[in-house]
Every structure is written in C-alpha cells, then in structure tokens.
Design a protein around this ligand. Structure first.
Ligand code: HEM
Length: 414
C-alpha cells in the first residue's frame, strides 16, 4: 500500500512536468505582438496583459489519462459568444458569401505532401497578413477581414484561424445550409513569413478545368465527391469583374443588393443555401447566372457528373456530403490545441474516422492522413511525436517500475 501511495505521488508530478513543457512551447509559439496586423497598439497592450483562463485539460494517451491546468488556443465560451456576434453581423451586412470564401481561402492552401506546420499551409490564420491577402486569388477578401476584426478585438482568446472557420460555418448554417460538424482550437501562425507562397488556390478558367481541379484539390487530400460538394458553396454569392475578373458588373439578381450591389451570381437567390447551384449550372438557361469553366466541368467530367447529377436531384444528399466536406476543409493543415479540438455547444461531435480492421491489416496500405493526424495528436498531447517518442512517458514508466520494485522489496522484506 505504501508503495502504491508513493507511486501515485510521483506520477502526478511527472504528469505536470510533461504538461508544463507543452504549455511553455504553446506560449512560445504565440507572439501576440507579431500576429495582429490590423490591431492598434493600445489593443495590443490590452491583449498582452490579459490573463488566459485556466481550464482542466484531460489528455488521453497510450499510457493512461493525465490532467493538468492549461488554456487552449481558443476559449470555448468566447467561441460561443463570437458565434452570436457573427450571426448579428450576418443579419446586418448580408456578408455570408464573403465570409465563407475567407474560410475556404485560409484552409485551401494546404499541401498534404508537406508535413511541417505551418509550411504545409491550411487553416492557420495566415490569410490575415497583407502579403497573402495580396495574392490575386484573394482579391476583395480584405473586406471580409475588416468585417471580422471588431469581433476578433472583442474576443482576444479566439484565434484568427478559428474565427475564419467559425464565421464560414456560421454563414452556411445561417443561410439555410446544413449544420457543419465543426471543431475549434486552431493555432495561429504568428508572422507573415509563415504565409504560403502564391498559387495554391484554384483558377476558374484553366485549360483543362477538371484536371486542374483534381490537381489542386487532391493536393489538399480531397476527393472527387468533396470537390463537387464543396463547389456547391457557389449557391451563395457573386463574382465581381473588378475582383476576380469573372462575371458581369451587375445582373437583375444583384443590382439592388442586398449588401453592396453588383456582380454576377450563380443562382437567383444567392443568399439562400440550397442545391439550386447544381440545377442552374446544369441547365445554363439564364444569361444572368454565372457558370465558370470549373463549374461547367462538374457536369462534363464523368466522375464529377455522378455527384453533380445526384446533388441537383437530391438536396438532402448534397447537404449531408457538403457538411462533411466543409468540416474536413476547415481542418486542413490546422494544428489543434487541444489536439482533439474543441466542440462548442450545439455542434455535433466531429466524426472521427471509422476504424476498419481490414483497412489496417495489410502491410501494403498506407495509413490515411486523418488517421496519421489522430496518432500524431495523441503523441503531441503527451509532448512526444511519432518519430521521437516522448521522454516524459519513459520517465513515467521508469517511475512506475521503481514503485513496483519498491513494493515487492517491501513485501518480500517483511
Ligand atoms: C472549385 C474551385 C473554385 C473556383 C475556381 C472558385 C472561384 C471563385 C471565383 C472566381 C469567385 C468570384 C470572386 C469574386 O470575384 O469576388 C468565387 C466566389 C466564391 N467562392 Fe469560389 N471557387 C472555387 C471553390 C470554392 C469553394 C470550395 C468554396 C467554399 C467551400 C467557394 C466559395 C465561394 C463563395 C461563397 C464565393 C462568393 C464570394 C462573394 O460573394 O463575395 N468556392 N469563387
């Protein structure tokens, strides 16, 4: 008994050692002064002195469960309040489409062939920096950032990366779209040098649109079904010649707004999230509705067409596939703190990858990206990595071994 008590005294201290080292690296990786390009110096100093609220963090690892006091990349209560403010913003400004585009363009730079964060790109808040906002594909998105900045200023414990994805998912839902199974806790990059190079997002009019879409979206780890489902986001919004170069300056559907008038929409009711995009780009009957070469490819390419036809017929199927694909897009390249992410009230639990024994029984099959990320997250939760096993876990094991030996010596000694 004495030995067990001794062991239990040792183990918590080992756990807090491991957690404090991860806290240190967490704070080291966040530099508030560097990561707030649109913030006034007064606001920066306010943020700098604000205390982060301690929370209990429960980490599950192969070695058991440890708990320690630590705050996450974003604060769950602030995420919920920010979501309410985003809803108000949407009601006032009808800015659903541009907020969705902001989230997509932050995440869509992800390159699954690069392991290192943040060089791999993705949902890391890098799109707030001028250097990335100036990429041709991002023309006009500075307006989305300006709309969100007051919310960011109000909720300093919500990262930009989370705010962009929260705004995008909320905009889909508020426009009548499906509930997206989101999670939060994305860590922000801290400097413009960490922005991805230009050219990772798709072109609307490349020579072979279907090949181009596959090249870009496969690089993100997305498949044909996800390409088609996500393209369905064009059920909302407009294209403006002065931004992307595509579309008419105005049409009968856009000349009176709501919001800033002008541009050409893909659908007549371009603030309502439904499956009309697929119906409209299939029929191509209305000169006032836009069909980009990459939109048209969805009904021309045999593999894309299967899904495009299905979504034109069946809105429920579109909503279900869209919700999954959107959640996946929003997680691309993100580093989560806590590693398993934060689910805020009202959001369904994120769907983890189903474990199929057959899938992992053959040595030939590579683990999927999602499964690799999950394993990596588990290791990172205990300050280790799959390539470099955690020292603290060895330390724990040695402590347990010593405790057991002490117990045996005590028992046999008597
Ligand atoms: C498939 C490849 C894609 C291409 C080539 C493409 C291209 C474009 C272009 C050219 C515009 C017009 C921008 C402007 O002039 O302001 C636009 C707008 C938009 N895109 Fe895409 N996009 C693609 C995929 C996506 C995806 C995956 C999403 C979201 C999941 C998305 C959401 C939007 C939204 C909501 C708008 C309207 C923005 C507004 O009204 O301000 N797009 N896209």
């Amino acid at each position: 008994m004495a030995a067990i008590a001794a062991a239990s005294r040792i183990i918590p201290s080992a756990a807090s050692l491991s957690s404090s080292s991860s806290s240190l690296s967490f704070f080291a990786s966040r530099s508030p002064l560097k990561c707030l390009p649109l913030r006034s110096s007064h606001r920066v100093s306010r943020l700098f002195v604000t205390q982060r609220r301690p929370e209990v963090r429960v980490l599950s690892s192969g070695y058991g469960t440890v708990s320690a006091s630590k705050s996450f990349a974003s604060d769950p209560d602030q995420l919920k309040s920010a979501r309410e403010d985003i809803k108000e913003l949407l009601k006032a400004k009808f800015c659903h489409p541009i907020l969705i585009r902001l989230g997509w363009h932050d995440a869509g730079t992800y390159n699954k062939n690069i392991e290192e964060w943040p060089r791999r790109g993705g949902a890391n808040g890098s799109l707030r920096f001028e250097v990335e906002l100036k990429h041709a594909a991002n023309a006009g998105l500075v307006n989305a950032l300006k709309l969100l900045q007051p919310i960011k200023d109000k909720y300093s414990h919500v990262t930009y990366a989370d705010l962009f994805q929260l705004a995008s998912a909320t905009a889909v839902e508020e426009a009548g779209g499906p509930k997206i199974p989101m999670k939060y806790g994305r860590v922000d990059v801290s400097a413009p040098e960490q922005c991805p190079e230009e050219g990772r997002l798709p072109d609307a009019g490349p020579p072979s649109p279907a090949d181009h879409l596959r090249q870009v979206f496969y690089r993100m780890g997305l498949n044909d079904k996800e390409i088609v489902a996500l393209s369905g986001a064009h059920t909302l919004g407009r294209s403006r010649p002065d931004r992307s170069g595509w579309g008419k300056p105005e049409t009968k559907y856009t000349k009176d707004g709501p919001g800033a008038p002008g541009g050409q929409s893909w659908t007549a009711q371009w603030l309502k999230f439904d499956n009309s995009y697929f119906k409209d780009i299939k029929e191509k009957r209305d000169e006032d509705l836009l069909v980009l070469p990459t939109d048209a490819a969805l009904f021309e390419d045999p593999s894309f067409k299967v899904y495009a036809e299905k979504y034109a017929e069946d809105q429920e199927a579109f909503f279900s596939d869209y919700a999954q694909a959107h959640a996946k897009l929003s997680n691309l390249g993100a580093k989560f703190d806590p590693p398993e992410g934060i689910v805020i009230d009202g959001s369904p639990k994120p769907q983890g990858e189903k474990f199929e024994a057959a899938k992992y029984s053959s040595g030939k099959k590579e683990l999927s990206e999602a499964m690799k990320q999950k394993i990596r997250a588990e290791y990172e939760a205990v300050s280790g990595s799959p390539d470099k096993p955690s020292k603290s876990n060895y330390f724990l094991n040695i402590m347990i071994l010593i405790a057991v030996l002490a117990l045996l010596t005590y028992l046999f000694g008597n």
